[in-house]
Design a binder for this molecule. Structure first.
Ligand code: EPU
Length: 434
């Protein structure tokens, strides 16, 4: 059923909140389980629709998956019987590209559909992934929307790979491909996001030899086999940042629990510039206190440890009512401003020119019917609704639920007036994915 969120804005947010496991780590670690001959117990898995989709793909390929509790699963890929992933499910999720690296690494071949992706301005290329697989001895071709990859001699060989652009997806995919390859692989100009370190830690806990994750150079010594083990996914940096932005904009005081404060530095420092108080508490919590009256800011998104592109829309939402004129420069994607028209319907004053958005602060936003066009844009609209005067109706919430576990319930525990109700509207079941 298609739902929409109905939000009566203008309430401050108070209380405590538990952050879920990181989406972008989970969507890599679940395919990484394909490399393991044995059972992996994975804890702190977020309950989001992207995870459900990936688990369905693995199940159809012969994986045994057992729920231990809401956030813990045993995944056993010993009995995988195909190197061809379900195309219908694959095209709905961007992270399905990790199946290429994992299947190539374990079986020396993979046949998967081209991944989808939010429309951030044209194609979302995978040329750097392909360049790396090719350097490792794979023959990679695309026909009829399928990526077909075959390792020479049935096993990849370690290689030195220099990424032309810093890519999270290519870095992780090449790590997955390299752990069971013959010899050593070096990835230079690697991305350094926390979830890259998390995937490396998962692989190492299963018997891989990956060093340097979190720096620009990652070295992987191929091993013959990965066997089972137990691993807990890190907390979601972007989910935490999203709630911090909501509290900053709406005003209030919230203890955000189950986070790694260091991962949030790039976000909390920007909030401090905007006049918000934040402080790390007892190792795994961040306290935020805000009056809701914000100062302008300049933001440029960059690969980690820069300000994350996945927080850009949420910060834009709260800068709409900050005093003064703010400037946002999107440094990762060509066009990640598709939400701007929706915020304009609420009274925001934003001008976009290419990768730059100029936001002229207005005293307040007013509720309106608006539509999410991708995951983070959707989160930004929810934040705008929570902060605005009057009633906001957000449609397109399936995008939001791909990456946020129980966003309505979590906001309600903080005192937000938000409900998920049947929208009565048919939404196209298209192939867009995150
Ligand atoms: N790029 C290339 N060639 C490639 C790969 C990437 O030119 O082969 C370019 C892209 O076009 C982009 C830049 O490199 O301009 C960075 O892309 P990256 O590969 O890092 O992005 P991704 O792996 O497709 C992941 C996250 C995104 C997040 C980006 C950047 C997942 C499943 N997705 O995407 O997350 O925006 O890294 O941090 O991990 C989200 O969670 O909302 C989301 C979109």
């Amino acid at each position: 059923m298609n739902n929409k969120y109905v939000i009566r804005g203008g309430h401050g947010l108070y209380g405590e909140l538990e952050i879920s496991g990181a989406k972008n780590a989970a969507v890599a670690i679940i395919p990484a389980a394909l490399l393991v001959r044995g059972s992996c117990r994975i804890e702190n898995i977020p309950q989001i629709s992207d995870v459900t989709m990936l688990l369905s793909i693995l199940r159809q390929m012969g994986a045994k998956i057992q729920m231990v509790n809401r956030h813990t699963m045993d995944i056993d890929c010993s009995g995988i019987h195909t190197t061809c992933a379900n195309f219908e499910l694959m095209r709905r999720i961007r992270a399905s590209y990790y199946l290429i690296g994992a299947l190539l690494g374990r079986f020396g071949e993979a046949e998967v559909s081209m991944p989808g992706g939010c429309d951030f301005g044209g194609v979302r290329p995978i040329d750097q992934h392909v360049k790396g697989f090719t350097a490792m001895g794979a023959d990679v071709g695309v026909k009829n929307g399928l990526v077909c990859a075959q390792a020479a001699g049935g096993r990849l060989t370690g290689a030195n790979i220099y990424l032309d652009v810093v890519s999270v997806g290519a870095t992780i995919n090449l790590m997955l491909a390299a752990v069971l390859a013959k010899g050593t692989t070096v990835i230079e100009n690697a991305a350094r996001e926390p979830h890259i370190v998390d995937v490396a830690n998962f692989l190492n806990s299963m018997g891989a030899d990956v060093r340097g994750a979190g720096t620009g150079v990652i070295k992987i010594h191929g091993v013959d086999k990965l066997s089972g083990g137990c691993y807990s996914i890190i907390p979601d940096q972007i989910e935490a940042g999203t709630y911090l932005a909501a509290v900053a904009g709406a005003g209030g005081e919230v203890l955000v629990k189950n986070v790694i404060p260091k991962h949030l530095d790039c976000i909390t420092r920007k909030l401090t510039e905007m006049g918000v108080y934040t402080s790390a508490v007892s190792g795994d919590c961040v306290l935020i206190r805000s009056t809701g009256a914000l100062r302008r800011a300049s933001i440029k998104t960059q690969p980690y440890p820069g300000f994350p592109t996945d927080m850009q829309p949420q910060l834009a939402a709260i800068l709409t009512t900050a005093a003064g004129t703010s400037v946002i420069t999107e440094g990762v994607w060509d066009n990640r401003y598709k939400y701007v028209d929706e915020l304009t319907k609420m009274g925001a004053k934003i001008q976009v020119d290419g990768r730059v958005a100029i936001i002229e602060g207005v005293p307040y936003l007013t509720g309106a019917p608006i539509k999410a066009c991708d995951l983070r844009a959707g989160a930004a609209l929810v934040i705008a609704g929570v902060c605005a005067r009057g009633i906001t109706e957000v449609s397109g919430v399936r995008y939001i639920e791909r990456g946020y576990e129980n966003i309505v319930g979590k906001l309600r525990t903080l005192g937000a007036d938000i409900l998920s109700v049947a929208s009565g509207e048919e939404e196209a079941d298209d192939a867009e994915a995150i």
